[in-house]
Design a protein around this ligand. Structure first.
Ligand SMILES: [Zn+2]
Length: 181
């Protein structure tokens, strides 16, 4: 950040009084520009015994398969964000059952939340950010072509938990070292 979003003057990195880390502070109006982690909300959409994935039409990871998920917008709840992203990316309306996985990605300052959900009437299709959408049985999951570790971990948890018949909330940290190229 170089310029204040309030008044347009240059900002400096400094530790504000009473704070303990450097922030971008406006040299003119004094506004402190805090930067905090971003939340990505999505769903694990299920229809019968199949899981809905979509193939990304945008970078990063263009062409790879993902669960529908995206950045929360201001003014919405996490469940609303997850349902909206599912509609935008997979053209599917869902009934959300509850929080399922939480991933901390401190190296990129992101938090992922996935909710378990049922696809209403099994209807889906590629949204504007997707090349295609498809319902997969467990043995059909394209494990080598998944877009993100958060997606792979959520699917691994899901198939194991489905066999056990319970879906406890799973919280996991994913560090830079676990990322696959
Ligand atoms: Zn300013």
């Amino acid at each position: 950040m170089k310029y204040c979003s309030h008044c347009g003057h240059p900002v400096s990195l400094k530790v504000p009084e009473g704070d303990n880390r450097e922030r971008h502070v406006c040299d003119n109006c004094g506004t402190v520009h805090y930067q905090n982690p971003r939340i990505i909300a999505g769903t694990l959409p299920v229809f019968g015994d199949r899981v809905l994935l979509c193939r990304r039409a945008i970078e990063p990871r263009l062409g790879y398969w993902t669960l529908p998920a995206g950045f929360m917008e201001n003014g919405e709840t996490t469940e609303q964000a997850a349902a909206r992203e599912t509609f935008e990316e997979a053209d599917a309306e869902v009934d959300i059952h509850g929080l399922y996985t939480v991933f901390n990605l401190p190296h990129i300052s992101q938090v992922y939340l996935f909710f378990r959900a049922d696809v209403i009437d099994g209807r889906h299709g590629p949204g504007t950010e997707s090349l295609e959408s498809r319902l997969f049985e467990e043995h059909e999951i394209p494990w080598q072509d998944l877009a993100f570790p958060t997606v792979a971990r959520t699917l691994q948890f899901f198939f194991a938990d489905r066999r056990a018949g319970e879906f406890p909330v799973r919280v996991e940290d994913i560090t830079a070292y676990q990322r696959k190229p």
